[in-house]
Design a protein. Sequence first.
Length: 224
Amino acid sequence: MDPLLKSLKLWLDPVPRSGPENMAVDEWLLETIGGPVLRVYEWDGVWGSLGCFCCLNQAIDNLPDRQLVRRPTGGGIVDHQHDWTYSLVIPKTEELFRIRALESYRLVHEVLSLVLNDSFKLVSSVSNAPELGGVCFERPVTSDVVDSVGNKIAGAGQRRTKDGLLHQGSVLGRCKGGDSIDRSHRLSGALSASWESIELEPPTEVIRWKVGDRFGNDAWTRRR
């Protein structure tokens, strides 16, 4: 398939961050970055996340020993002790931003499935109708990445704003060090024929404000 993007920046975020900090950094990227960015990152501590429409009590029941953060995107409940986490930030000037949400979700996962075929025997999508909430890897929804027997391998949540599209994705299974770098490079190359690695320094005060005002705020976490 043709690359989805004309160009792409890959940021292998070297700093493991708390759940609220990771969400704040993704939002900062969405608001400020002028071109598409793939961010691959890790978690500081024992974290789970839940989509913006998920029930907090359901997340607590399923991940009772995890700290929880509510994502700004949709999707289900994810245990980040057992996944590989990435975000794709697409400015509003890109074609991928302008197409329907289900289609952009499908296209990104088609690319991801090609990259993951080295590790799993996959198909790119399933026909289930989307559901709100739920434990992410227990039940696939439309255009999730699944293996040959229907087990979910990768899912994501998306959000569109006036600035662009945020796609927050999770792949089942730990992938660290050189394996993570290799997967990141292959995903970058599959998304765009023209990509390069970059280093970024999120502004401390902005991230701290976003954590305090929103992602680390109990009212945000308990909003539903």
